[in-house]
Design a protein around this ligand. Structure first.
Ligand SMILES: Cc1cc2nc3c(=O)[nH]c(=O)nc-3n(C[C@H](O)[C@H](O)[C@H](O)COP(=O)(O)OP(=O)(O)OC[C@H]3O[C@@H](n4cnc5c(N)ncnc54)[C@H](O)[C@@H]3O)c2cc1C
Length: 510
């Protein structure tokens, strides 16, 4: 078994990996040449197209390879090792494939998916605008219907492959109605072809990296787009954009991993030949630590992304993992590249080795296709809704240990009558267990039992007497409660709340 396959790979996937790795190894030198000459790697893009790899995600009936998420990851991981080609490949294959699969009509699939699969032209994803970045729903480029056509006006920017791509999967605003905006029903997806009158290239960004990949501003000046180029229903562009998002984040993560793959052999090669203080630098523990750090994170990243790919192949939508991979792996790759520079010292900083280029590109991966901050926002949102992570972790006072411990036992107050005295006791007792925390109404109800409405009524009465304080949610409902000092005093004597470690002398208590 190759060192790069996993036990769950099928024989076909193992063979695919062998084949694509060989293809990439054979073409690495050519890719490097295009970077150093600052030339678009067209001949290499054509070669990738001839091999059929642009159709990795496209069903066979449209001329694709239908490789599934794992197969696509295998291809993308390797192709990303071909400088510039990997970036253009990714933008081109992600620019509409899943969107067409989910929302395209039969004719649209036949037309566009077969063009993606053929790979003799490039595609682009056209979302970002001068005034619209992370908040992609804010697109301002407009499209107004005129007979069987849409008239598009506006600007897009940061478009990978903008200028050299032939088809642009573009998201435009088709409603000004605030109700539609609120429901995310104000965006429509259109495919716009290069050469359409009024559709022009405005600027090519000089970036920190991607030395031979154009990253562009595009201008739309009364661009007439036939309605047959609309993908999905009018106003449903947001759903179209979201289609395949987990797959796209996975491919973004995989694309980053590929970049680390070639750093590792270079570091072993280099440090075994570099002598300082009368020893090769490979013998210096600090250098070994750095390389170990890169190797371990690289290997863990691969297990993670191929696990996500398997989940997608099994019909799951692993949103939490896809965003985690996009964030963590881009950070790891940037970290790995800068560690690699440190290991190689001054040589690492020169353009005579590819590390500095990978380091520059790695920084891009923390911003393009959704910033790390946005991924973390998504991770928090999804994780906070998962039952697995969102269940009460109740501590109960253990009288034998005289200590709060995590426990599934019923509260000592369970079954008592729900009245002011008992509810206050429950809340005041919680001060003894978790002095700094509020209780939710559900915590109180779990402890004492009884009717929810009755408990809320008791909260209001206790609040009127200044025995508890409440914290309300945005709708004004009581979300948290805590005893006031008055309430604590009323519920139990001061000694009830006291606790001292065994070693603490009585003489020092007061
Ligand atoms: C090299 C490159 C290639 C790209 N390719 C394409 C492409 O092909 N097609 C395309 O449409 N777009 C493309 N983009 C655009 C890319 O998707 C955006 O750059 C990215 O989504 C961030 O938008 P922004 O740059 O406008 O930053 P902003 O959205 O302005 O963000 C600025 C900072 O604020 C943070 N921030 C924003 N909102 C929040 C929030 N709610 N919470 C916490 N932090 C927040 C961001 O994380 C970031 O740190 C590309 C970008 C680059 C750099």
């Amino acid at each position: 078994m190759s060192e790069e396959t996993f036990w769950w790979f099928t024989d076909e996937q193992k063979e695919l990996q062998r084949k694509i790795t060989q293809f990439v190894d054979e073409n690495m030198e050519e890719a490097e040449r295009y970077v150093l000459k600052s030339e678009i790697p067209w001949p290499l893009i054509k070669k990738v197209g001839t091999e059929g790899y642009f159709g990795a995600a496209v069903p066979k009936k449209y001329g694709g390879l239908e490789l599934g998420a794992t197969g696509c990851a295998i291809v993308s991981e390797q192709i990303s090792r071909l400088a510039a080609v990997g970036t253009l490949y990714l933008a081109s294959t992600l620019g509409g494939t899943h969107q067409l699969l989910k929302y395209g009509t039969d004719e649209q699939k036949q037309e566009w998916l077969s063009r993606i699969a053929k790979g003799n032209e490039l595609g682009a994803i056209t979302i970002t605008e001068p005034f619209v970045g992370s908040d992609a729903a804010g697109v301002m480029t407009t499209a107004v219907k005129d007979g069987d056509e849409w008239i598009v006006n506006g600007k897009k920017r940061f478009i990978t492959g903008g200028g050299i791509a032939s088809r642009y999967f573009t998201y435009v605003k088709t409603s000004e109605d605030p109700a539609d905006r609120k429901n995310y029903s104000h965006i429509t997806a259109l495919i716009i072809e290069k050469g359409t009158p009024g559709f022009s290239l405005e600027r090519v960004n000089p970036l920190i990296a991607y030395d031979n990949v154009p990253n562009s501003y595009i201008n739309f000046n009364d661009v007439r787009v036939p309605d047959e180029n609309r993908i999905g229903a009018v106003g449903k562009g947001w759903n179209v954009m979201m289609a395949g998002l987990n797959f796209e984040r996975l491919m973004g993560a995989v694309n980053n991993i590929g970049n680390v793959r070639d750093i590792i052999p270079l570091l072993f090669h280099y440090t075994k030949r570099r002598v300082q203080f009368n020893q090769t630098t490979s013998r210096i523990p600090g250098i070994q630590n750095e390389i170990a750090n890169i190797v371990a994170k690289y290997r863990m990243a691969r297990v993670y992304v191929y696990n996500i790919a398997k989940q997608i192949d099994d019909g799951e939508e692993p949103a939490l993992d896809a965003s985690s991979a996009k964030w963590i792996i881009s950070e790891n790759v940037r970290d790995a590249a800068f560690r690699a520079i440190q290991v190689m010292g001054g040589d690492g900083l020169t353009k005579f080795f590819p590390i500095e280029r990978i380091a520059r590109a790695a920084k891009i991966s923390e911003i393009a296709a959704g910033t790390s901050e946005v991924q973390k926002m998504i991770i928090y949102r999804f994780a906070s809704k998962l039952g697995l992570y969102n269940r009460p972790v109740r501590l109960r006072w253990d009288d034998e240990l005289n200590f709060p411990i995590k426990s599934n036992k019923e509260s000592r107050f369970k079954g008592l009558e729900v009245n002011e005295e008992n509810v206050l006791k429950v809340i005041a007792h919680d001060y003894k267990v978790n002095p700094g925390l509020y209780m939710t109404p559900d915590d109180v109800r779990e402890d004492i039992g009884g009717d929810r409405e009755l408990i809320l009524n008791v909260f209001n009465k206790l609040k009127e007497q200044n025995l508890i304080v409440t914290h309300s949610d945005r709708t004004g409902k009581i979300a948290l409660v805590k005893a006031t000092y008055e309430g604590l005093k009323k519920a139990f004597p001061d000694s009830y709340y006291q606790w001292f470690p065994k070693w603490y002398s009585d003489a020092d208590k007061f």
